[in-house]
Design a protein around this ligand. Structure first.
Ligand SMILES: Nc1ncnc2c1ncn2[C@@H]1O[C@H](COP(=O)(O)OP(=O)(O)OP(=O)(O)O)[C@@H](O)[C@H]1O
Ligand SMILES: Cc1ncc(C[n+]2csc(CCO)c2C)c(N)n1
Length: 265
């Protein structure tokens, strides 16, 4: 079976040695407190930065707070999203006007009340012809914490797009899907992630799971909700491998101290 490699080099100032091949990063900003490292994600996602509806309020309100020595309006001009998409019931009028005046495209998708704003943004990215031949990795800032229905909705989006690399991020941790169609090799950038981690069967029982590189490895072990799932596990090596017959969520803590020593964004 094909091996899919993963890394967290997008949390480092330079993207060297990324999965053995270049990824094109895209950033989606959600309506939840911005992680402190959002400017780093912004830099890596040079081709496309999107705000999901009220995510634009977060960019407008919170990004200037990360640069206390600079004028807020200068920061807002420097961090101009390419697109704002969603049902537009959370973005404030002044914020929409500000970014539209700077040239940001705004797409009102209020006719669809069955999919979340994050879903709408991911579907939009998938349909972009100029990104079709690139290996994409969608970084989602502000995806965790706060309202549990939103968190689960965000996790459901990564399950609905199993063939797209999507990484949900908060200040504290990241979550991504490990599809069962591949074996997985996860490179651990221990300066910025770990050691706490988890492997969670999301779509039903997974009969057989085998891992290496963890303190509590699985060896042809079953996992299911209501039975064994792997939480509070610890990364032990530079590489974690995972094989499973079912899609799993991989989560790992983000090391705040490590992020702060990574230099300027
Ligand atoms: N507390 C939260 N935790 C995690 N993600 C969130 C949270 N709040 C919003 N989001 C994400 O940001 C996106 C945009 O948020 P926004 O508040 O604009 O959505 P919304 O559709 O207006 O929400 P609702 O109408 O349910 O309050 C959502 O689709 C969701 O993915
Ligand atoms: C069964 C069911 N539950 C909830 C909603 C509501 N809903 C889900 S996504 C969305 C858009 C949010 O921007 C809204 C309003 C629905 N349509 N169907």
């Amino acid at each position: 079976m094909e091996i899919m490699t993963h890394s967290s080099t997008f949390l480092l100032p330079k993207l060297t040695g990324d999965n053995g091949g270049p990824l094109t990063y895209v950033l989606i900003v959600l309506n939840r407190r911005l992680p402190r490292f959002t400017p780093l994600l912004w830099k890596h996602a040079a081709q496309l930065r999107i705000c999901a509806d009220g995510g634009a309020n977060r960019l407008y309100d919170e990004l200037p707070l990360l640069f206390p020595d600079e004028e807020a309006v200068e920061i807002r001009r420097r961090y101009k999203p390419n697109l704002i998409k969603g049902d537009m019931d959370s973005i404030r009028d002044e914020v929409l006007r500000f970014y539209k005046d700077l040239g940001t495209e705004a797409v009102d998708a209020s006719d669809d009340q069955d999919t979340t704003d994050l879903h709408k943004c991911v579907a939009y990215i998938q349909d972009l012809p100029n990104l079709k031949n690139q290996e994409l990795c969608i970084l989602v800032a502000g995806a965790l914490g706060g309202r549990f229905d939103h968190e689960v909705g965000n996790i459901n989006v990564i399950c609905r797009f199993p063939n797209t690399r999507i990484i949900l991020l908060s200040d504290d941790c990241l979550i991504q899907l490990l599809p069962s169609s591949c074996h997985h090799e996860i490179q651990i950038q221990s300066a910025v992630v770990g050691p706490h981690c988890g492997l969670i069967p999301i779509g039903g029982a997974s009969k057989t799971n085998t891992t290496t590189g963890l303190q509590w490895n699985l060896s042809d072990t079953e996992m299911r909700f209501g039975g064994l799932i792997s939480t509070s596990n610890i990364v032990k090596g530079e590489i974690v491998t995972v094989q499973s017959d079912a899609d799993l969520l991989w989560t790992i803590s983000i090391n705040k101290k490590g992020m702060m020593t990574q230099g300027s964004y």
